[in-house]
Structures are given as C-alpha cells and as structure tokens.
Design a protein around this ligand. Structure first.
Ligand SMILES: *Cc1c(COP(=O)(O)O)cnc(C)c1O
Length: 464
C-alpha cells in the first residue's frame, strides 16, 4: 500500500499546465483517458445505455449514450464473455449430459478448481488457501463456526459499528448459538463523536486493552458505507499478538485494492464476487484460510466436496478430509456461477491488480479533486459547503469509492442524478456512494458525473 510517486492532485495540475487550461477543463479528462493504458478493458464489458435505465428522463439526456455507471462497488458490470462461457456449459450439458462432469474446459466436478488459480493474485494467497463456494454470509458463518471457539475468559468478537447488516446478524447469531450474552460479547468499536471513520489508534487501543478477552477480530477490509480501507496487516499483527484470530470481510476490498492475505498472516477472510469482481448477482463467493491453519483448523460442517477427490466416489462414508480451506467445501460447485466468475477473473488476470490500483488511485483522486474545486467556487459565495466527502482523503485509507453527503436533502439530489443517467446509490443515513472502477470507468465518466452533480446542486439551490 505504498503511495504513488506523484499525488493525483499534482498529476492533474501538471497536466492542466501543460495543456494550458484549467484543471477542471474537459481536455484534462480526455487527455487522461488517452494516456490510460487500461482504457481498452471497458470494451470487455456491457455498459448500459441511458435509454434502458428505468428512472431516465429522456428530455434531459441523449438516450443513446452510455450511462455514467459508478456502482461497481455494489454490482459490477457484465463481462461480454459471460454469455459465451455459460453457453459453452449449456451446450455441453445438452450434448453429453452427465459426461460433462469429466470433460470440456471446465469439468463440472472440478469447475471451481479450474478457476481458483485466477484468484491468487487478487487476494494475495496460494491456491491451497482459497476456496470458491457458496455466498458471502454463508461463508462467514462457516468460518466463524471454525474460528470462534469462546471460552469463559476469551469470548468476544470485535467488529465495527455500522458493520454491514448481514455481518452484524451473522456475528450476533453466532454468539447466540454459543449461548453467549450478545451485549457483553459483541465488542463494537465506533468512530469518535463527530467523526465518520475509525481511527487506527482507537482500534489498536481496544485490542491492547481488551485483547485477552477477544476470541475473534472481524472487520470489513473496506467499509461498505464510508469506503474506509483499514490497515489490515497492522490489525492482524496487533490482534494475533494478543492471541486473537483475525479475519476480514473483503466484500468491498476484493478487486478494489491490493491484498496480500498470505504475507500479512491474516487468519481467515471471505468475500463475494458480484461487486468489483463482476460475477453477477448472487455470484460464487470466496474464502481464505491461511496455510498455517491447514492441519489445525477444521471445518465444523462437512460435506462430500471436502473429501479427497481420489476417493470421493468410493462412497464408503469414511471421510478423508482435504486439509486446509479446500476441505471447507460442502457441495458440488454451481457450474453456471463458475462461468461468469471465470469470464471476469480472466480480465483481472490480464489487467493485473497492480495496474488497476494505480489507475484507481488517479481516477478517484481526480473525482475528489473536481468535487473540491467546484465546491470551492460555490462556497466563495458564503453559502456553506454543499458536498462533503466522508471517505478518508489519504490514499492508503481508501479504495475507489467516495461517499458524499450534502447540506441539502440527499433524496432530491439522488433522484435528479438518476434521471440524468448517473448510476450510483444512496445509503442510510445520508450518503451517496460513487465508485469509479478502473476496469470500465474513464476519466471522462468522472468529469461528466461531476458536471451533472454540480448542475443538479445549482438548480436545487436556485429552486429553494
Ligand atoms: C455485499 C455485502 C454482503 C452481502 O452478503 P451476501 O451473503 O453476498 O448476500 C455482506 N457483507 C458485506 C460487508 C457486504 O458488503
């Protein structure tokens, strides 16, 4: 997580000086796109057209244009190869029926194993440490069943306030499963009064003070609402020094920021694949269990796909458990979900996380810069700030998403954006999340978004 050699602001200003224009000029965006070595990757995706979006107002936009899709943090766009890969398996099924288990590009028996190698660089782990299975919350439950073994002295799970509801419920119900008092055992850490994001020093202090009573530390790597990226290696180190297991929900981190789960020594992690990994709603999720636990931490619930392949079909009911995370698999892999994830992971393999992150830092930095420039001109008229970015400003503390809040009702702003073909989302209590994704978003997308946002804010203010 080293910072880039040149800060995004400096890049934008240097470019504007070279082009002899203002940094907010469209020419800067066009030039950044021209120089972008990853620009061709957007051709690999279906980008929705404005006219097909349900809330669009065709009197305000040209329906033939591409939508300004900034919601890859919630649902990634469809890689064009998804259809081809799904059709390959449907054809195989039609032509050879059950022989499909053993033949073709993705023999169904080992469908997940055929593509797991494409995930290694994305999470920074070896194939033996990753399994592709189920959905995210299910996997979180399975992991907690193995890693959360409360004792009278060590019985807490540490998590962040405003954790994603599903994670919160999963942890709550795991505590109940063990007959624990939820209030005492769920150690929730909140941002300080008046602050939106967590401070690392506060997290480390709780671990230092209460670590001996904490069994499992479980944070979101990147927070779904604020977009804050936590210092995963520092939390891991501090937690393990106190004897805790440290796990992360990487739903908003995977495919967004660089991860080195193995080298960081993280105990376990889970993620979904339909956000930045573009596998389609309900796509095949992933889990990581560090190699160091391969022979000591066992799955609590077992199924036949945890049994060694060489003897799995002897059907003798004598479990030969595959060591490590592969043994956590319970059922046979869902073939059609393997296809869509396959198509997307191949694109990641070509683009590389390193290059994607490099572009992402500049793309989001450009978004932040434009918002700040426009806000500055607006507030010169002493009207008070209109747009506030709650996501941390430090590059090391965020991925591609910025969360914006407004000094006027957010619902109006959001609806006006939707009518104009901006796809982003509103999240309680008062934020709008925007995530320019380096695989298929351009600098011009960001430029257009900020212009639409500012014109919406201007007209809303005038109407008041
Ligand atoms: C998206 C998301 C989920 C969704 O869980 P599913 O089991 O895939 O429905 C859970 N937790 C976090 C942190 C998320 O961002």
């Amino acid at each position: 997580m080293e910072p880039p050699l040149e800060l995004p602001t400096d890049t934008v200003q240097r470019l504007a000086a070279a082009l002899q224009c203002h940094p907010t000029d469209e020419r800067v965006a066009l030039h950044l796109d021209e120089k972008d070595e990853l620009k061709h990757f957007k051709e690999y995706f279906h980008i929705p057209k404005m006219k097909d979006l349900p809330p669009i107002d065709l009197s305000l936009v040209n329906g033939e244009e591409n939508a300004i899709y900034l919601l890859g943090n919630s649902l990634g766009l469809q890689p064009k190869m998804v259809k081809t890969y799904i059709e390959e398996e449907l054809d195989k099924w039609a032509k050879v029926g059950s022989y499909g288990h053993d033949v073709g590009k993705r023999p169904w028996i080992t469908g997940d194993e055929c593509i797991v190698g494409l995930m290694t660089d994305i999470v920074g782990a070896s194939e033996k440490e990753i399994a592709l299975m189920n959905a995210l919350t299910v996997n979180l439950h399975l992991l907690l069943l193995s890693f959360f073994k409360p004792t009278p002295k060590r019985y807490k799970i540490l998590l962040e306030a405003k954790a994603f509801p599903s994670d919160h419920y999963a942890i709550e119900s795991q505590l109940q499963l063990h007959g624990l008092n939820v209030e005492r055992s769920m150690r929730i850490i909140k941002p300080r009064e008046g602050e939106e994001t967590l401070r690392m020093e506060d997290i480390l202090e709780v671990i230092e003070k209460e670590g001996e009573s904490i069994a499992v530390i479980m944070f979101g790597g990147v927070h779904f609402y604020s977009g804050q990226l936590l210092d995963i290696p520092a939390i891991t180190k501090a937690g393990q020094a106190k004897g805790c297991f440290v796990g992360f929900d990487l739903a908003h981190a995977v495919g967004n920021v660089e991860l080195h789960l193995h080298d960081w020594g993280v105990d376990f992690a889970c993620w979904c694949s339909y956000k930045y990994l573009n596998s389609g709603a309900g796509g095949l999720a992933g889990i990581f269990v560090h190699e160091k636990h391969a022979y000591t931490i066992k799955p609590a619930l077992v199924g036949w796909f945890g049994h060694e392949l060489s003897t799995r079909f002897e059907m003798d009911n004598k479990l030969q458990l595959i060591p490590g995370v592969t043994g956590f698999r319970i059922s046979n892999p869902p073939m059609l979900l393997v296809c869509s994830l396959h198509a997307s992971l191949e694109i990641f393999r070509q683009a590389t996380m390193k290059a994607l992150r490099k572009k992402s830092i500049l793309l989001t930095g450009y978004l932040e810069y434009l918002i700040e420039q426009h806000s500055r001109t607006r507030t010169a008229g002493a009207k008070g700030p209109i747009v506030h970015i709650i996501t941390p400003a430090r590059i090391q503390e965020r991925g591609c998403q910025l969360t914006l809040t407004f000094s006027i009702p957010r619902t109006n702003v959001f609806q006006e954006l939707e009518k104009r073909g901006v796809v982003c989302d509103k999240r309680e209590p008062d934020g709008i999340r925007v995530a320019p994704v380096p695989l298929y978003n351009s600098f011009h997308d960001v430029y257009k978004f900020v212009n639409v946002l500012m014109s919406v804010l201007n007209s809303t203010t005038q109407n008041e």
